[in-house]
Ligand binder design. Structure first.
Ligand code: SF4
Ligand code: SF4
Ligand code: FES
Length: 337
């Protein structure tokens, strides 16, 4: 079966085959990534072939200059993660037939990460975030004897199986919308790891961890875009782990931050009026006495005003709002009143 592959090439020395396209830039928010030149190849492979089979075929038999990174070819090592048709995937797990669109499949290194050459991208941003969450246990039990081990109940580990499945491929981070505009954000894979260690009953530093993940760039900077859930090839679902960390952090008393204030203001507004009061949401999230923070939100407010998107000055309750309050009371917890 014939497949057409369009490969985004990048060569730091600047030399390209004459058949390569003119440089093409990425759209915002990746417009600072080096432009790629696209080269088209045709390969003859069985119908069950995956994208990585095609790339290896090209490198071995058509164009030895193509740089591709891979190792296990079994969706275990994580090294073949790349953009396929504009989203993060493992090339060894992506069937060519399923990814052929308008007669071709486009592959390239993700513009959200530094590119080294062709499909090989630099993992420094990924590992920096990984190390920033202290990805190891700080044991609270005494050090076991030479023939003993740290004991933990099976049920406690069942809770962590999902996070332990991470293969550090970077698919979630390369497509994370929050990371695309804020490289200070710890990111989905690191926060999923953070939950794995904070929720482990053997760890002695749960409180310090939750405090450090609650600050700028931490759990509250996720925008719930769900890309990490969709793109993770191992079902880690980082967003779900971030939501668990948020609950743990709030329960532990880490509430003096914009994220918690934002969630509180949102819920209070819906509870009291049945709808979101967008006019007070931003000042309440920033903190009324945070003068510097309030001033920093001014440009956004002016932009909204200019675009005619300022919310109504008078915020009305919906009819029958009492029913909404009853729901909050039935759910109970933090927002019950
Ligand atoms: S849900 Fe959050 S962590 Fe996941 S990709 Fe979107 S912004 Fe990033
Ligand atoms: S969470 Fe999933 S997508 Fe992210 S690095 Fe781990 S395995 Fe890859
Ligand atoms: S080559 Fe190892 S995950 Fe694809």
């Amino acid at each position: 079966m014939q497949f057409t592959i369009e490969v985004g090439r990048y060569n730091p020395e600047g030399t390209y085959a004459p058949s390569a396209s003119a440089p093409q830039e990425f759209p915002v928010p990746w417009d600072k990534a080096p432009p790629r030149r696209y080269q088209t190849y045709t390969v003859d492979l069985p119908e069950h072939a995956v994208v990585l089979d095609a790339l290896i075929e090209i490198r071995e038999y058509q164009d030895e200059s193509l740089a591709v990174r891979c190792a296990c070819r079994s969706a275990i090592c994580g090294s073949c993660a790349m953009w396929i048709n504009g989203h993060a995937h493992l090339a060894c797990k992506s069937k060519l037939q399923a990814f052929t669109k308008d007669g071709k499949t486009r592959v390239e290194s993700p513009p959200s990460m530094p590119v080294i050459r062709d499909l090989v991208w630099g993992m420094e941003p990924f590992w920096k975030k990984h190390h920033a969450v202290t990805p190891w246990l700080e044991p609270k039990q005494p050090v076991p004897g030479p023939r003993e081990e740290y004991r933990v109940a099976n049920a406690a580990m069942d809770n962590l199986v999902q996070e332990v499945s991470c293969i550090n491929c970077g698919c979630c981070l390369m497509d994370c919308e929050s990371f695309a505009i804020n490289d200070n954000f710890l990111g989905p894979h690191a926060l999923a790891k953070a939950y794995r260690y904070a929720a482990d009953p053997r760890d002695a530093t749960e409180k310090q961890r939750l405090g450090s993940y609650s600050g700028n760039g931490g759990i509250w900077d996720c925008t719930h875009c769900y890309e990490c859930v969709q793109q993770c090839p191992k079902g880690v679902a980082p967003l779900e782990q971030i939501l668990k960390l948020r609950k743990m952090a709030v329960d532990a008393g880490f509430t003096n931050n914009a994220g918690t204030r934002h969630a509180d203001a949102f819920a209070e507004s819906v509870r009291e009026s049945g709808r979101l009061n967008e006019l007070t949401l931003m000042p309440k999230s920033t903190g009324f006495f945070n003068i510097v923070g309030q001033l920093q939100t001014l440009p956004s407010a002016i932009n909204m005003l200019r675009a005619g998107k300022l919310p109504p000055i008078v915020h009305h309750k919906i009819p029958g709002v009492q029913r909404i309050k009853t729901i909050f009371q039935r759910i109970g917890g933090r927002f019950k009143k």
